[in-house]
Design a protein around this ligand. Structure first.
Ligand code: F3S
Length: 420
């Protein structure tokens, strides 16, 4: 791979051991990706704080050593310099306000997380602790090259904003934070951003539930190809685009989609379609079959847990849930948890929205989620969610029965103890 003189000096240790280790990771990664050179990035989003699942097996409590071991693959403790670009921490293992009573985390684990967060903050990493940093101000611009983890965030910024990132891993995102570079390959290159599949949409896709279903079907049919959606009749809002991408990136590896007149790089189907692109059709039968697939572990209508906010809920989604809960009480046999970025929870607290949601018995949680941190209300056997992504992962990860349903039905299930 071609490196500039400055990049070569970084690789040779001129800026310290941590930057040299980071460059080594990026060069190896770039070679695998077939990159000819590096590209400068505007931002990096990673997940580099202590978490019991990923970090505990490494056997170190020292945040600096831990960062070296799980982000830079070195047993030593190279002193990492400040991040060279805007950098943020994505979702983490705990909700700092609920780690004890909701998650049952021992204080020793909470202390490790906090020490790790302090260390990262010292490197200039914003502790946003959400899978949707783009909802709370960490927002690239059109054409920015980035190095982001988190498949739902990757597909959102590529598609909706027109930024450019591959789906990074913990190590490559950390290496990019320390160097401001990423291999110039994959979705950083114009040619790889063209659509390989035309998706003819012949079923009505108008509400958020249907956008989830469409995304889930696309991912399962095209895997990691780039689709362009043809035949959309209702303009999706930002929440619907968030849900579409997250679903497509969970049943498949979709990192970029185009919708004419909606997404950032697509004014028409013809503008983005590659010659020889294949075509698939999403009709009423595909919609029905996908809803059934997302309910494949469901055994009945009863639920004991309802999860909303995957990816983390927007402020508008919090308002929607608050309206559905108005004057009602969550069943004593059900836990209703709504996940949102902590910055939005703070706003909801200031504006009284959180109090009105929690007056029903629901909880507003932040910084983590059940699939990532692997926790559920005690005794959970049957859960419902309005997210195709959470419906995909939680039964597989936690061994519970799962129902996928529209938001209003999920809230109703939390009130009545059964899905309508
Ligand atoms: Fe976010 Fe967890 Fe869903 S990280 S996208 S809420 S699985």
């Amino acid at each position: 791979m071609y490196l500039t003189a400055e990049q070569r000096a970084m690789a040779d240790g001129e800026q310290g051991e941590a930057v040299a280790a980071a460059m080594q990771i990026l060069v190896e990664y770039g070679d695998i990706m077939g990159a000819e050179d590096m590209v400068e990035i505007a931002s990096a989003a990673g997940a580099n704080i202590y978490g019991p699942r990923h970090s505990a097996p490494l056997g170190s409590d020292d945040p600096e050593r831990l960062f070296g071991r799980f982000s830079l693959r070195t047993d030593g403790a190279p002193t990492a310099p400040a991040a060279k670009v805007h950098a943020c921490q994505l979702i983490g293992p705990i909700d700092r306000e609920a780690a004890g009573d909701v998650q049952g985390m021992p204080q020793s684990a909470v202390d490790r997380v906090e020490a790790s967060q302090s260390y990262l903050a010292g490197l200039g990493v914003s502790l946003l602790n959400t899978c949707t940093p783009y909802q709370v101000g960490f927002l690239p611009e059109f054409g920015d090259h980035c190095a982001w983890m988190e498949s739902s965030a990757v597909v959102f910024i590529n598609s909706v904003i027109g930024a450019r990132t591959n789906t990074e891993g913990r190590e490559s995102a950390a290496a990019s934070m320390l160097t401001g570079l990423t291999p110039n390959a994959g979705l950083h290159l114009d040619g790889n951003r063209k659509a390989e599949v035309r998706v003819r949409v012949e079923a009505p896709v108008e509400d958020t539930f249907a956008w989830n279903v469409l995304g889930y079907w696309i991912g399962s049919v095209i895997d990691d190809a780039v689709p362009v959606l043809d035949g959309i009749t209702a303009t999706p809002d930002l929440v619907q685009l968030k849900q579409l991408g997250a679903a497509a990136a969970s049943s498949g590896d979709v990192e970029l989609f185009h919708i004419p007149g909606v997404t950032a790089e697509c004014r028409s189907v013809e503008e983005v379609l590659r010659p020889g692109a294949r075509e698939v059709v999403f009709g009423p039968a595909e919609l029905a079959e996908t809803v059934a697939r997302l309910n494949v572990t469901r055994r009945g209508d009863e639920v004991d847990f309802v999860m909303i906010g995957c990816p983390h809920a927007s402020y508008g989604q919090l308002q929607e849930v608050a309206a559905l809960l108005e004057g009602r009480t969550v069943s004593p046999d059900v836990a209703l948890w709504i996940f949102t970025p902590s910055a939005l929870r703070d706003r909801a607290r200031e504006e009284g929205l959180m109090a009105s949601i929690e007056a029903s018995g629901a909880r507003v949680l932040s910084d983590t989620c059940p699939a990532i941190a692997q926790f559920l209300p005690p005794g959970t056997r049957r859960f419902a969610t309005d997210s195709a992504k959470q419906g995909h992962y939680l039964p597989a990860i936690m061994g519970v029965e799962g129902a996928f349903a529209p938001t209003a039905d999920c809230v109703r299930a939390a009130i009545d103890g059964r899905l309508p």
